[in-house]
Design a protein around this ligand. Structure first.
Ligand SMILES: Cc1ncc(COP(=O)(O)O)c(C=O)c1O
Length: 384
């Protein structure tokens, strides 16, 4: 709240939520509480924190910030995006079914198929941009719908409001989880559309500077909070305080970075869509995108990710990815610097020979905040 009791605007929330100056010293930046334990005043009488797996003040500051940004009642943070995803899946019991989008991050697919399916969870994958497919693939034991929107790497956009209604009318206990990593809460707030939980790889845009790995869950429901907080502590995949500090520092500039990422990415998508060597461009706000109208309703901008296929196939995709000078050839995304990669050979190898396999001619760009003229010139010389 501001001093006149108005809710803070998003940009102000980024800079201030969870980050009041340190009462002991006045330090304007949240201190890094690099400690594993806390001295107790008497047995069981402690000052809010007893052991650092259970809680840490730097982590608390990050969790308060993330809950405010997503419009949630709580947030829990983790040592990686995968740790956050894994913790959510521990809400379910063997024999239960998860309906997931058929375009998801390769690591998510790997966790679902190679770790969680052998422990008894059941997964199926559908095109969640098609509501009929969502409805017809629900089962009596479906307990969760897993969405990435926009999805990684094809930038599919699913209707969160409609899918939440479908899920909740199917069963009161069906949860809709949205991986909001690509959009960030600045562009899209899934809880406001009816999702039950939001998950993030904070490694990406929230951290924003390619210097930290982390994850987060945000939600509204107190019973879910209690269970997930128990799981966070019991499983223990928590982030260290320095990592929390770095993510908090990144969040301060989230809105301005996202505006620049999206401005540059829209220009890159326009440029690629006219290039003779490019077959297809995937960008949520581009006129050619099949869900462009939904994207424009659901998101503030198209974000910083652009994918495209090369007419020359896999060898051309690899050649282009190895030919850029400013776009660095690397996995990950969401940092201030532009990155390029070939999903079939890098981030999504786990989907090879599965129904989720992506085209080997696909190239994915994480468009950074550099000068757009420099970025277009780099792509131009690489595309030939
Ligand atoms: C959409 C999405 N979700 C989750 C993850 C996993 O995050 P982390 O690498 O922080 O574990 C990634 C990683 O690339 C991702 O792209």
């Amino acid at each position: 709240m501001t001093s006149d009791n108005q809710p803070m605007q998003f940009e102000t929330t980024c800079v201030h939520a969870g980050q009041t100056p340190d009462p002991a010293t006045g330090a304007i930046m949240t201190p890094i509480y690099q400690t594993s334990t806390y001295v107790q005043d008497g047995v069981g009488r402690y000052r809010g924190y007893d052991y650092a797996r259970t809680g840490n003040p730097t982590r608390t500051a990050l969790e308060v910030s993330l809950a405010a940004l997503e419009g949630g009642q709580f947030s829990l943070t983790f040592g990686s995006g995968m740790a956050a995803i894994d913790t959510i899946l521990h809400l379910l019991a063997p024999g239960e079914h998860i309906l997931a989008g058929n375009d998801v991050y390769g690591g998510t697919f790997q966790l679902f198929e190679r770790v969680l399916r052998p422990s008894g969870l059941d997964f199926s994958y559908v095109d969640t941009t098609d509501l009929e497919q969502v409805i017809s693939n629900l089962r009596p034991n479906t307990r969760m719908i897993w969405l990435e929107t926009p999805s990684n790497p094809l930038l599919h956009v699913s209707n969160i409001t409609s899918i939440a209604k479908i899920a909740h009318s199917h069963s009161n206990s069906s949860l809709v989880v949205v991986d909001n990593t690509f959009a960030t809460p600045y562009l899209q707030r899934p809880l406001a559309f009816g999702a039950d939980l939001v998950v993030h790889s904070t490694t990406k845009y929230l951290g924003g500077h390619s210097d930290v790995v982390g994850g987060a869950i945000i939600g509204k429901d107190e019973a879910l909070h209690e269970r997930l907080a128990f799981l966070q502590n019991a499983i223990g995949a928590v982030p260290g305080p320095t990592d929390c500090f770095l993510i908090l520092r990144g969040i301060k500039t989230l809105a301005v970075r996202m505006d620049r990422h999206a401005e540059n990415a829209a220009r890159v998508a326009d440029y690629l869509s006219t290039h003779p060597n490019v077959q297809e461009v995937y960008y949520p706000f581009h006129i050619s995108h099949p869900q462009v109208e939904l994207a424009r309703r659901q998101m503030r901008s198209g974000g910083g990710m652009v994918s495209f296929t090369m007419r020359g196939g896999a060898s051309e995709a690899i050649r282009v990815a190895e030919s850029t000078h400013i776009f660095a050839l690397a996995e990950s995304l969401g940092g201030v610097e532009s990155l390029i990669e070939v999903p079939a050979a890098m981030t999504h190898t786990s989907t090879t020979n599965s129904p989720l396999a992506v085209s080997s001619s696909l190239v994915r760009l994480s468009v950074g905040i550099e000068d757009i003229g420099d970025l277009l010139a780099d792509l131009s010389q690489a595309l030939g």
